[in-house]
Design a protein around this ligand. Sequence first.
Ligand code: F6R
Length: 605
Amino acid sequence: MCGIVGYVGPREATSIIMEGLKRLEYRGYDSAGLAVIQNGRIERRRDVGKLANLERRLAESPVSGHIGIGHTRWATHGAPSMVNAHPHLDCAGRIALVHNGVIENFLELKEELLDRRHVFKSRTDTEVIVHLVEEAMKSGKDLLRAVMAAARKLRGSYALAVISADEPDKIVLARNESPLAIGIGDGMNFAASDVAAFIERTRRIIFLDNGEVGYITPTEARVFKLETGMEVRKRIVELDWTPEMAMKSGYPHFMLKEIYEQPHSIREALKVQEKYLDLITEFLDRGRDVFLLAAGTSYNACVAASYMLSKLARLATTPVIASEFTENYGKSVGIDTVILAVSQSGETADVLAAIEHARLSAATILGLTNVVGSTLTRVSRAYILQNSGPEIGVAATKTFTAQLTVLAQLALRLARKRGKLAQYEIDELKDELEKLPELVEEAIKISDEPIKKLAKELKNVGSIFFLGRGISYATALEARLKVMELSYIPCIAYPAGESKHGPISVIEPGYPVFFIAPEDPTRKQVIGNVMEMKARGARIYCVGTEGDEELRENSDWWLELPRVSEVLSPVVYVIPFQLLAYHLAVEKGYDPDKPRNLAKSVTVQ
Ligand code: F6R
């Protein structure tokens, strides 16, 4: 996620903004910039890469003033480059704006603005906003009203901070779905997307809510409702967080923060642009052989995707572990082969090596990744971005559910293209997709406390079994990976029906066996598998659908989650297992953010 910092007051704005940007470095970024009002003009400095590069630029060409905004960018629209770095300016260079989030309707807005002869310098969605503000100011509005007028035209998520050389003591702010906070100082005020940016200067905070706009001057902080323009009386919160706690938004670890962030990251994953979905759908439809290629958690997302594509679009695909691809399928790859490579980082060496091999055999390479400008985006014929923002915990959580959300949209789109679903089925699934953020929020709320208790019970077990049928097999694979990599407890995952062909011999009285059993067409058979395990003395832990009495009665431990359609169930039913992995690590005294021997991006084969 990008970072925003703003300062207005008697001190030198540049150094305070740079200090704030450094505090936000932990979020990850690919470029940075700031704009300060100096002698009635906007002065901007930007650079790609680390903040040290921006500092060097400032040393070569210093800027001085008492009001300014800064930004660290994590590219979503437009590659990481100098021209795409924020702040963005209007045509006259009198307004500067920084933005976090994704504007869904930026292409339509850009066309309108181009017709009005606005000149665009970047390929970002953000730049349309500053030109919209310019348009509104041209028609006589002050900066606050102009930002309101612009924000009313936006569809998508945003946190905005805007300054204008014509109102040199004011930073205007706006928020929808991307966080933004005001820090109240003494004769000075601050703004940031994350209070970590200014927590050492003030602990008195106003958090903006969705649909609110406001402004700060050195002595004022006012907030209004975007819809009505009415002023809102906001509460000032006194935070007793340390800077370390502020970076984690008060959570003890990044992993827990990222688990709780999932309603937001799923919402962002639902904003994938239609034209990219269409493009990838087109290629998938044309392939003779379609492989879903990935490693680790991303591979588990591919297993789920193979069920989605088969059930919705009647497309058979083969999920393949990247390091096995060349040996297993290398010789059969040709011009009719389509490979959808899924990689959060876009840099996993095993994935890139497999792609390279396939590319030399003329296969079509498609990508799904979280990192614009990553190698995967450069070698893919077409790619989709999942918009999750940087994930700091080494174990993938929010990026997994975001991958699933994008893959489900792809499967649905392909189903529609192929005419494989009735219109009412498409509409129902679309509605369910929209509801996913709330369902996940509910699943987190329901699970966290009981799972925390369960972690105490399980912390000393020697191994754990995870079983699921159908698409829940993918959830079982991910449950196993999360629990194993964070708690260091050896774990086994199997399709529930396959467990009797061998693994069942491991079972002895009290052995913990988890069933992922949402109500779906496999449920009856899952009950049979539960009985098999019970008969051998296993202790049954079951995560099922609310109201499923039969399964509840047959379980020694039971957690019920909201009903959700079969193909989307992994997004919701993986939540308790992410929490289980987290709480087991904490119980056992391990660092959940940095499991031993693992790296966030595995760039060796
Ligand atoms: C597990 C985990 C890893 C990654 C794997 C692939 O929690 O994070 O298994 O999923 O290394 O990484 P990407 O998706 O970046 O290719």
